[in-house]
Design a protein around this ligand. Structure first.
Ligand code: GLV
Length: 300
C-alpha cells in the first residue's frame, strides 16, 4: 500500500512520523508529497497533519484520509478535499490523557487561585486568599467527545461538581449559571464558532473562569478581554488562538488574568498515534469498517 504522508511538518517532524508509521506498518510505502505527485495513480491513502489546501487533489485511488490531528476543521475548510473519500480524525490515547491532565491542571489552579499567587509573587505581595473545597466548585466541560469525556472524568475524580454539555444536548445557559469554570473541548464547526462570546460570558456567575482548549475561533477575543477587564471573569487559560503563533502584539500575551500555552495542551504522540493510523489504513486496505470517521455534514 502506498501512503502519502504530508502536512504542516518540518523535515525532522516528517522523519519522526515516518519512522513511527513505518514501524507500525512496515508493509506500507510512505511517500512525501513530491513523490506522490509523481505517481498519483498509485497512492491509496494519505496520512496528513493540516496539509496545505490542494494537497489531496488528483489522487484517484485514495481510499482513506487519516488525520494526525484530532480537530479536522482546517481540512474541512479545504474546498479541494476529495469528496466521497472517507476522512478519519485522530483519536490518540496519549493525546486524550494529556488533554485530561491539562484540563485538570487548569481547573485545580483556578480553584485554588494558583494563577493569582503567581501574579502576587511577581508583584511581591504576600497574601493568602480564602480556600474552597473542590466540591464547592462547579465545572462545565463543553464537548463530550473522546477528550471532553476524559477531561470530565478526570476532573470529577478530584471531587469537583462536573457537568458536561454537547451542542445538541439542550440549553446551555442554565448550566453556565452554575459554573465556576468552563472548559471548552468542542470541535470547531459553523455551529460552535464564536460560541464563547459576550452573551456566553454574561450567563456565567461573576468571577467565573474560562479554559479554551478547543480552537481559537470558538472565542471572541474582544468579548473575553472586556469580560476580564470589567472584573466579571476572574481568569482565562488559553491554548488555542485565531492566529498561531499568537501575534506578538496581541493583548493576551501580557494580560495579567490570562495564562496561555502555545497550542500544547495535548500533542499527538507518534508512538501511540502511528498504531491508530496503521489500524485504520489496514482496515481501508482490507475493506473493513473504518474508525473515527468524520461526518462532513456534522463538521467533525
Ligand atoms: C490539535 O489541536 C489537534 O486537533 O490535534
Amino acid at each position: 500500500m502506498k501512503v502519502l504522508l504530508c502536512g504542516e511538518l518540518g523535515a525532522a517532524e516528517w522523519q519522526a512520523w515516518h519512522a513511527a508509521l513505518a514501524q507500525a506498518m512496515p508493509e506500507a510505502q510512505w511517500l512525501a508529497l513530491a513523490q506522490a505527485r509523481a505517481q498519483p495513480d498509485a497512492v491509496q491513502a494519505a496520512v496528513v497533519a493540516n496539509p496545505a489546501p490542494g494537497s489531496l487533489q488528483g489522487l484517484p485511488q485514495l481510499k482513506l484520509v487519516q488525520s494526525l490531528w484530532a480537530g479536522v476543521d482546517r481540512l474541512l475548510a479545504d474546498a479541494t478535499l476529495p469528496a466521497g473519500v472517507p476522512l478519519a480524525r485522530m483519536v490518540d490515547p496519549a493525546m486524550t490523557a494529556a488533554m485530561a491532565e491539562t484540563a485538570l491542571w487548569a481547573v485545580l489552579s483556578l480553584h485554588r487561585g494558583f494563577f493569582a499567587y503567581a501574579r502576587r509573587q511577581r508583584e511581591g505581595v504576600w497574601r493568602a486568599h480564602t480556600q474552597r473545597r473542590a466540591d464547592e466548585v462547579g465545572v462545565l466541560v463543553l464537548g463530550q467527545g473522546e477528550m471532553g469525556r476524559a477531561a470530565a472524568a478526570r476532573i470529577a475524580q478530584q471531587g469537583y461538581r462536573v457537568q458536561g454539555w454537547r451542542r445538541d444536548g439542550g440549553a446551555l445557559e442554565p448550566l453556565l449559571a452554575r459554573s465556576d469554570v468552563v472548559v471548552n473541548l468542542l470541535p470547531l464547526t459553523p455551529a460552535t464558532r464564536n460560541l464563547l462570546d459576550a452573551r456566553f460570558f454574561a450567563a456565567l456567575p461573576a468571577q467565573a473562569s474560562v479554559v479554551n482548549l478547543g480552537r481559537g475561533a470558538h472565542l471572541v477575543d474582544a468579548d473575553l478581554l472586556a469580560a476580564l477587564d470589567r472584573g466579571h471573569l476572574r481568569h482565562a487559560v488559553l491554548d488555542v488562538f485565531h492566529a498561531e503563533p499568537l501575534p506578538a502584539t496581541h493583548p493576551f500575551w501580557r494580560h495579567p488574568r490570562v495564562t496561555l500555552l502555545p497550542h500544547a495542551a495535548a500533542l499527538t504522540d507518534p508512538r501511540s498515534a502511528a498504531a491508530v493510523a496503521a489500524a485504520n489504513l489496514r482496515a481501508a486496505r482490507d475493506g473493513r469498517p473504518l474508525a473515527h470517521l468524520v461526518l462532513t455534514a456534522r463538521g467533525y
